[in-house]
Design a binder for this molecule. Structure first.
Ligand code: PLP
Length: 417
C-alpha cells in the first residue's frame, strides 16, 4: 500500500504539482501591539519561522485582526463557551447565529439567509438540496471546486459552459428539456478575479425559466458601497433593498457568500427567498449533519458586518492598492501580465508550473510571500502567482512586491522569462 502512495506522490513531485504546507502565524505578537498595529499583524507573518510580507491570504479587508472582531469573540466565549455542542437543528443554533442570519440577509438585500460553518459545506449541501436526478445544471468552466463537488453529489445532468460565454449558456439552456434548470457561477472568479455579468445571467435565466446560483466568496465585503458584494456592484440589491428595476424578479436567485475571506472569520451563508432558505435548512445535509460553528465565530462576524459598513475607507484603500500594483507592474515591464481584474485578486500569469514555483521562491528569498497556483486549480499552462491584496497592506508594501517581482524576473533560472 505505501509503495503505491509513494509512487504516486513521486509523480506529483516530478510534475511540480506537490503542495507544501507551511506553518503560519502573525509575526507581531499581541503583547507588542501598539494601537492600530493590527494592519501589521494582518500582513506580516512568520512562515515556517521566517518573517514574510504576505500577499497570500484572502483577508481582503484586514478584518482577521480587527480589535472589534477580537473583542466580540472574547465576549462570546465568556457568554457561550467555545463549542456549539451539536448541529444547528439539534441545539447548536444560538441567539448570535440567529441575529447574524438576519443581519446577513439585510446586508445583501434578500429576505432570508442561512449560516453554514464553511463555504465548502454551503455549496456541497445546497446544490444537491436544490436539484437532483433528471434536473440540469449549467456550470461555468472556471467554477470553484466545491461547486463542482456539489454538482456531482446532486446527480443532476451537468453541462459545463465555457467561461463567461453567455451565448453558449443561452444555447445550452434552450436545448434543455429538464424539469428544473440551475445555472451556477462564481460571482467573482477565485483564481482570475473577474466579476460575472450577473444582470445578463439573471435575464437569461428569466427567459429560460432557470434558477441562478452565484458564489460570491470573493465579492462579499469587497464590492458594493457597503460591502454587500456582487449584487450591489451590479446595482441589483444591497442595504437599501432590491433596486426598482429588479423588484419582484429575484425569486430565482440563490446567493451564496463566504465569511472566512473579506469578513475575516469563518463560515458562509446562502440567501434568497424565505421558502428556498427554509428548504435548505430542512434538506441540506451539511447543515443538518454537522456540528454548528460556535457562537465565538458567529459573534465576530456580526462585528465584521458593522465594520464593513462603518469603515468604507478600507474598500477605498484596497482600490488604491490595486491601482498602485497595476501601474507598478506596467512600469516595471515584467515578462508577465496581470489578468484584467477589478477585485482584490490580482493574478500574474507565469505559464509553466516550474516557472511559477521558481518565481514564488525568488520572491520568498526577498521576504515576500505570494502563492503559486497550479493545475488542477487553474488550466494547464496558466500557472500563476495569485496576488491577493488586503486593506491592511500599505502602498509601500505593494511597491516592495513590485520591486521583488522585477528582481525575480531577472533571475536566470527561469526558463521562459
Ligand atoms: C473559498 C471558496 C469557497 C469555500 O469557502 P470556505 O468558507 O473556505 O469553505 C467557496 N467558493 C469559492 C469561490 C471560494 O473561493
Amino acid at each position: 500500500m505505501t509503495g503505491l502512495f509513494d509512487r504516486e506522490l513521486g509523480q506529483l513531485q516530478a510534475a511540480h504539482l506537490a503542495r507544501l504546507r507551511r506553518q503560519v502565524q502573525p509575526a507581531v505578537a499581541p503583547a507588542d501591539l501598539a494601537a492600530h498595529d493590527e494592519a501589521l499583524r494582518a500582513t506580516t507573518y512568520l512562515i515556517d519561522g521566517k518573517v514574510r510580507l504576505s500577499f497570500g491570504g484572502n483577508d481582503y479587508l484586514g478584518l482577521s485582526q480587527h480589535p472589534a472582531l477580537l473583542a466580540a469573540a472574547h465576549e462570546a466565549i465568556n457568554r457561550y463557551g467555545v463549542g456549539a455542542t451539536a448541529s444547528p437543528l439539534v441545539c447548536g443554533h444560538s441567539p448570535e447565529h440567529e441575529a447574524l442570519e438576519w443581519e446577513l440577509a439585510e446586508r445583501v438585500g434578500l429576505p432570508r439567509a442561512l449560516y453554514f460553518y464553511a463555504g465548502y459545506a454551503a455549496n456541497v449541501g445546497a446544490v444537491p438540496a436544490l436539484v437532483s436526478r433528471g434536473d440540469a445544471i449549467f456550470s461555468d468552466a472556471l467554477n470553484h471546486a466545491c461547486l463542482i463537488d456539489g454538482i456531482r453529489l446532486s446527480r443532476a445532468d451537468s453541462h459545463v459552459v465555457p467561461h463567461a460565454d453567455l451565448g453558449a449558456l443561452a444555447q445550452a439552456l434552450k436545448a434543455s428539456t429538464a424539469r428544473r434548470k440551475l445555472v451556477i457561477t462564481d460571482a467573482v472568479f477565485s483564481m482570475d478575479g473577474n466579476v460575472a455579468d450577473v444582470p445578463a445571467l439573471l435575464e437569461l435565466c428569466e427567459r429560460h425559466d432557470a434558477w441562478l446560483m452565484i458564489d460570491d466568496a470573493h465579492g462579499f465585503g469587497v464590492l458594493g458601497a457597503h460591502g454587500e458584494g456582487t449584487l450591489a456592484h451590479h446595482g441589483i440589491a444591497g442595504v437599501n433593498g432590491v433596486s426598482p428595476a429588479w423588484r419582484g424578479r429575484l425569486d430565482r436567485l440563490i446567493y451564496m457568500g463566504t465569511l472566512g475571506k473579506a469578513a475575516g472569520v469563518a463560515g458562509a451563508f446562502v440567501a434568497g427567498e424565505p421558502s428556498m432558505i427554509e428548504w435548505l435548512m430542512q434538506k441540506a445535509r451539511t447543515y443538518m449533519f454537522a456540528t454548528a460553528a460556535p457562537a465565538m465565530v458567529a459573534a465576530p462576524l456580526r462585528a465584521a458586518l458593522r465594520v464593513m459598513n462603518d469603515e468604507p475607507q478600507r474598500r477605498a484603500h484596497l482600490d488604491a492598492l490595486r491601482q498602485r500594483l497595476r501601474e507598478g507592474v506596467r512600469a516595471a515591464r515584467l515578462p508577465w501580465a496581470l489578468m484584467p481584474s477589478e477585485t482584490a485578486i490580482q493574478p500574474l500569469v507565469i505559464g509553466s508550473n516550474e516557472d511559477a514555483l521558481a518565481v514564488m521562491d525568488r520572491l520568498d528569498e526577498q521576504g515576500v510571500w505570494v502563492p503559486a497556483i497550479r493545475p488542477p486549480t487553474v488550466p494547464e499552462g496558466t500557472a500563476r502567482l495569485r496576488i491577493s491584496l488586503s486593506a491592511a497592506h500599505t502602498l509601500e508594501q505593494v511597491d516592495q512586491l513590485v520591486t521583488a517581482l522585477a528582481q525575480a524576473s531577472r533571475s536566470r533560472q527561469l526558463k521562459q522569462a
